[in-house]
Design a protein around this ligand. Structure first.
Ligand code: PHE
Length: 348
């Protein structure tokens, strides 16, 4: 009977007729009550065995039918990958991807390599190693998303979180790749915040240079060259304003010149300034935490919001629209897949 059932509806009918509330096996089970104890024991055991056997037969027939149905679908639903692209359906490169390509090109031409790290991090890489001592108030500034406690292999509850900045990869790069190092890091970062200039997930680009005899002049030159190349303005004014980060000392924020006339924003020499990134000389404690002697090795680091510099360069007014997946927005702000990312390639 089970094998004769050759579609999912009839297999269900078989199940109901045997094992359902009014099914044959169920009815037989009910007769157990009227038997004497000895008989009930042997018949009960035999019936249970029969019930399990029937259930197993039904399950394997059901599996075979589902498998057959899937194979049939896979055989008929093919995608013709040789079909030529239709212009009205052409995709665009998302502005975030475009900017990350540009950043890779510009820093790549200065000799930076690209490093990566995980989005899910531990407290040590996100805070402690970066010179945020436990209980330090700067930890609270980050609106961190913590994950539920997850005991590690030693049974210790390890506090996991979504990284609040890509500075975690400064630590990973120094520990895993060693020094000297000259690297950028691009990736997702997370903070619990949502308004016109904040989304819970956003992207950062981090830079780290560690070597012997690195000083603030290297930091300034590198970031001035970067700002001019990225914003494509040769005489772009760049200023360094003192700031604070636990993992750099001294620390600075970098502003570029702009003018705001008639409600518009123009990047270049003007009467106003726009903040684009944070930076500083890597704090000696951070170098020590990675196992190196800060008397021997020094360096600088910087970090910027990828969405922010994309909005500034391409005049995109609202951060939240980056993540709405609106195809009309992408048609407007997206980039042609065949465009070269930036003049730093020397082709523009
Ligand atoms: N991690 C900092 C932030 O998210 C930026 C930064 C990076 C500052 C590297 C200095 C050096 O705000």
């Amino acid at each position: 009977m089970v094998e004769a059932a050759n579609d999912l509806d009839s297999i269900e009918a078989v199940r109901v007729s045997a094992l359902g509330k009014k099914g044959k096996i169920t009815a037989l089970m009910k007769t157990l009550g009227g038997m004497d104890p000895e008989e009930r024991k042997t018949t009960g055991a035999a019936l249970n065995l029969l019930k399990d056997e029937i259930a197993a037969l039904i399950a394997s027939q059901e599996y075979a039918l589902k498998k057959q149905a899937l194979e049939q679908r896979l055989a008929t639903e093919t995608i013709d990958v040789s079909l030529s692209a239709r212009p009205e359906k052409q995709g665009k490169i998302h502005p975030i991807s475009q900017t990350m390509e540009e950043l890779t090109t510009i820093f790549g031409s200065m000799g930076f390599i690209v490093s990566e790290g995980p989005d899910i991090e531990d407290d040590w890489h996100n805070f402690t190693a970066l010179n945020f001592p436990p209980g330090h108030p700067a930890r609270e500034m980050h609106d961190t998303f913590y994950l539920p406690d997850d005991p590690d292999e030693t049974g210790e509850a390890a506090k996991k979180l979504l990284r609040t900045h890509t500075s975690t990869v400064q630590i990973r790069a120094m520990v895993e790749q060693g020094v000297p190092i000259k690297t950028i890091v691009m990736g997702r970062t997370y903070r619990s915040d949502y308004d016109i200039t904040h989304t819970p997930m956003f992207h950062q680009c981090e830079g780290l240079v560690i070597d012997k005899d690195i000083h603030m002049g290297h930091l300034k030159g590198c970031l001035q060259d970067f700002a001019k190349a990225y914003f494509e303005v040769d005489d772009l004014p760049v200023q360094f304003r003192p700031s604070f980060f636990p993992f750099t000392e001294p620390s600075a924020e970098v502003d570029i010149g702009c003018s705001r006339k008639d409600g518009g924003l123009k990047i270049g020499a003007g009467e106003d300034w726009l903040e684009i990134l944070g930076c500083g000389m890597v704090h000696p404690n951070v170098i020590k935490n990675c196992g190196y002697d800060p008397e021997e090795y020094q360096g600088f680091a910087f970090g910027m919001g990828v969405e922010r510099i994309t909005m500034l360069k391409y005049g995109i007014p609202d951060l939240r629209t980056f993540f709405e997946s609106d195809i009309r927005w992408l048609q407007h702000y997206g980039f042609d897949p065949l465009d070269r990312p930036n003049r730093a390639t020397g082709t523009k």
